[in-house]
Write a protein that binds this ligand. Structure first.
Ligand SMILES: Nc1nc2c(ncn2[C@@H]2O[C@H](COP(=O)(O)OP(=O)(O)O)[C@@H](O)[C@H]2O)c(=O)[nH]1
Ligand SMILES: [Mg+2]
Length: 220
């Protein structure tokens, strides 16, 4: 390679690195109350041990930019924190419609494993899957190709709490925590949206969080 060509490659790589830092990728982060959405936002923003979040998130907050850096890769992501109680689910749709996130993360924890009567995650998941699969917006307007996300992650959070009772076997894929969400994932796969199961401790393990975000961006 000539010196000029080599220099051009270096220059282009530099420009691409700057572009990735400046250009933010939209993420939509949803899930019921107390799964760890606000903790995840803190973790992406500050990296480290996140203090215990006692305050419930009210409504929909303004989107913020965060820089994710791992293994020499830098990427800026943008997301809005939103409440998880069912009265706020319509705000998930509002956020989703407005920002058209390229990637959606649906957060869960282990409440459905410990209490068979707990159906919060399942009901919220059905709401989210229907919201994404619907061919029209609530105003009747037909969705366009770019209105669908490129991938949806089901993120099981608080691994530090339930990992001992429900250890990670050979693959994340077969872990029982994801069992109730399989049907919805198959439906999404059916219309061409890939799904991605992931396990994290948003509160205390930044490495897992950053790797999960970067994997979604790189692999999907
Ligand atoms: N042990 C543990 N607790 C967590 C984790 N993530 C969140 N929490 C706790 O779960 C509670 C609810 O978290 P929060 O972020 O407010 O959830 P949100 O309602 O989805 O925004 C808080 O007490 C957090 O400290 C985690 O990875 N491990
Ligand atoms: Mg919150």
């Amino acid at each position: 390679m000539s010196v000029v060509a080599g220099f051009t490659v270096v220059l282009l790589e530099g420009i691409f690195a700057i572009y990735k830092k400046v250009h933010a990728i939209n993420f939509g982060i949803y899930g019921v109350s107390k799964v760890g959405k606000t903790t995840l936002h803190h973790q992406i923003r500050t990296r480290g041990e996140v203090p215990d979040i006692k305050k419930r998130t009210v409504g929909l907050e303004k989107p913020t930019r965060k820089i994710v850096k791992i293994d020499g890769n830098i990427q800026t992501v943008r997301s809005s924190d939103v409440g998880g109680e069912s009265i706020y689910w319509s705000l998930w749709l509002k956020d989703y419609k407005k920002r058209k996130p390229k990637y959606v993360i649906f957060m869960i924890d282990d409440r459905h494993l410990n209490n068979r009567a707990s159906l919060e995650h399942q009901v919220a998941w059905k709401y989210l899957v229907d919201m994404i699969m619907s061919e029209t917006w609530p105003n009747g307007k037909k969705k366009k190709h770019k209105d669908y996300p490129e991938a949806i992650g089901v993120w099981a959070n608080k691994f530090d709490l339930w990992g001992k009772n429900y250890p990670l076997g050979e693959t994340i894929d077969k872990h029982p925590i994801f069992e109730p969400f399989k049907y919805g994932m198959q439906k999404l796969n059916g219309i061409g949206i890939p799904t991605y199961k992931y396990i994290v401790s948003a509160k205390s393990d930044p490495e897992m969080v950053y790797r999960g975000i970067m994997t979604m961006i790189k692999d999907y």
